[in-house]
Design a protein around this ligand. Structure first.
Ligand code: ARG
Length: 600
């Protein structure tokens, strides 16, 4: 059965309220129906309170008039009452609820969710790790938030272009390349690294990767660089050679990039993140554009010279010393930097990729950088209001104790070590819960649960807030965790398996609904609005929070409404509620990038 977008009940209520107000007071007025869910009924509208004053009417009288119009000709509204100073309380007929859910159930691919973002071309710039550097906990947030938004916007019909703005260029590469060329036998390539031991049943420790090896070698090179003037000079010559396209230097650089990006891909695969090698457009890919960007900004008088460097200044963007902060395009030594690369990238995204919306998932500490980049691009006339640019900023992850996250030795914490810890903890918790599970099965589920727990902990927190990376709390079967949601989904799947003998699941017309069934039904109908809110605010925690509320509401329903043992008509409706809840949880978790297994 082919079905299109299914309207939400709330949209119907809003339309009905607007229509009723127009009939009550006459056409012409702009009406905001002010509808929300309510404790006393299904929905409440405060429209009378907001309009009464400007119309010179008493709110209660206006509410009564709107009520009369509402009940007239809307049989799907079972009950409309006025309470307090003029609140309208609306209760929907049970058949309105079941009818709507039946339409969603008939559309398993989309659950009736409209393609509200169709026609948009959205670039999602996320992850952006740095070549030859370990991916650390700081990259986790950008990677997970970006992946969730890319998935959600894609589901809503936007044309999504993922971009991994890898840090693959800079003068520091001269030093590393020089060191590697002088020590050709050092192991850092994937094929030269020893794989870590450990059986597959118990996730051990992730093996060292080329990026961890290169990260260490970089530090070793730094020590020599600082101590040995001759090495320093050879390194500097190597930078010049690299920039001039010298074959040996370029070949070494290319290999470092290849090994590093392959290592990043292994982390993405483990995380279930969509980014591929095709999505990599590293800083170096904009090198051919940089001189042109600078030239254009110079000609327009936007870039100005300052102490031998070329910069853009804004009078209202000042540093601690109260002097305008420079957006550095070209340093006095002639080198191009991070900012001009981002300018070239944004121009390319609008001009060549035809982006209408460009989203940057980057740490809040880069807020000023992006403000200046966006303003400069608009000033240069590269795009106007038809293109939205947004720095989708995030806070930091702290250690379990709430202090900055460091290893015992004071270093940055490897992302892979955190994932190892989450998987190990998940394996323990699962083994306690189901001691008879086969080891291979346990390991498989522990991986899904451990990774899911890390992702859910991230995505259920407002991205602006800082949070503590606490594995014990993340991997808990109770509370707001990924494991709880996966487990709820698996429990529903198990009920549906046991009911497989009859294909009876369906919303039987005329069957009345219990309060717990109505609660669940109304919440299931809110899925599309939740996704729209995520797309608008770029806040994944709205979806994560919705799914948690859905799992809890389902649990309350299940505890008060027996499914398999009830009378046939009731059983069919309850099975249909189970099926739609499982489908909504599964789709929602998929958009968070979390696997929803059928068994746990
Ligand atoms: N490589 C940068 C870092 O690690 C992040 C890149 C963010 N994206 C961008 N277009 N600047 O901080």
């Amino acid at each position: 059965m082919v079905t299109g977008a299914v309207r939400t009940l709330r949209e119907d209520v809003e339309a009905a309220v607007v229509g009723a107000v127009r009939r009550a007071i006459g056409p012409g007025t702009e009406v905001d129906p002010l509808v929300r869910r309510s404790e006393r009924a299904d929905f409440q509208s405060n429209v009378a309170l907001s309009l009464a004053k400007s119309l010179g009417q008493r709110p209660a009288a206006l509410a009564q008039a709107v009520r009369d119009e509402l009940t007239d000709g809307n049989p799907w509204l079972a009950d409309v009452t006025v309470s307090g100073p003029g609140f309208l309380n609306l209760r929907l007929a049970d058949t309105a609820l079941t009818g709507r859910l039946a339409q969603r159930l008939a559309d398993p691919a989309r659950l009736g969710v409209p393609c509200s973002r169709e026609g948009e071309v959205t670039v999602v710039d996320y992850s952006g790790p740095n070549v030859a550097k370990e991916m650390h906990v700081g990259h986790l947030r950008s990677t997970l938030i970006g992946d969730c938004l890319a998935r959600t916007l894609d589901f809503l019909g936007a044309d999504v272009i993922r971009r991994n703005h890898v840090g693959d260029w800079g003068t520091n590469f001269g030093m590393l390349i020089q060191y590697l060329l002088e020590h050709p036998d050092l192991p850092w390539r994937e094929r030269d690294l020893t794989p870590a031991g450990g059986d597959s049943a118990a996730p051990a420790t992730s093996p060292a990767s080329p990026v961890s090896a290169l990260d260490e070698l970089y530090r070793a090179a730094r020590v020599v660089f600082d101590a040995d003037p001759a090495f320093k000079e050879r390194s500097q010559r190597r930078v010049v050679a690299l920039q001039a396209g010298d074959e040996a230097a370029v070949a070494a650089w290319r290999e470092i990039v290849t090994e590093s990006t392959a290592a990043f891909q292994r982390v993405y695969a483990r995380l279930g993140v969509l980014l591929t090698l095709d999505d990599v457009a590293g800083e170096s890919s904009y090198n051919p554009e940089l001189a042109g960007v600078l030239g254009e900004l110079q000609q327009a008088g936007i870039a100005v010279e300052s102490e031998g460097a070329w910069c853009v200044f804004y009078d209202d963007i000042r540093g601690h010393d109260d002097r305008p902060v420079p957006l550095l395009l070209r340093k006095s030594d002639g080198g191009f930097g991070y900012a001009v690369t981002d300018l070239a990238a944004v121009r390319h995204r609008v001009r060549d990729l035809k982006a209408t919306r460009i989203l940057y998932m980057v740490d809040a500490r880069q807020a000023q950088h992006f403000t200046m980049v966006f303003r400069t691009a608009r000033r240069a006339g590269w795009f106007g209001d038809e293109v939205e640019t947004a720095h989708v900023r995030n806070g930091t992850i702290n250690g379990p104790d709430g202090r900055p996250f460091r290893t015992r030795a004071g270093g940055t914490v490897r992302l892979e070590d955190l994932l190892d810890a989450a998987e190990r903890r998940a394996a323990q918790v699962l083994a306690e819960k189901a001691p008879d599970t086969r080891p291979a099965e346990l390991a498989r589920i522990a991986r899904l649960a451990g990774i899911g727990a890390v992702k859910y902990a991230e995505l259920s927190t407002s991205r602006l807030k800082n949070y503590n990376f606490d594995v014990d709390q993340m991997v808990s079967f109770s509370g707001q965790t990924g494991v709880y949601l996966q487990y709820t989904h698996a429990r529903i799947a198990s009920i549906l398996r046991r009911a497989a003998d009859d294909a009876a699941a369906g919303f039987a017309p005329g069957a009345g609904l219990e309060p717990a069934e109505r609660e669940l039904a109304l919440l299931l109908d809110e899925f599309p609005a939740t996704l729209d809110a995520v797309a608008g605010t770029l806040e994944p925690h709205r979806l994560a929070g919705y799914l948690y509320a859905l799992a809890k509401t389902y649990t309350a329903f299940y505890e008060s409404c027996p499914v398999l043992k009830s009378a046939p008509a009731v059983r069919a409706t309850r099975l249909a509620l189970c099926r739609l809840t499982a489908a909504t949880l599964s789709q929602g978790l998929t958009l968070l990038g979390i696997t929803a297994p059928d068994r746990m």
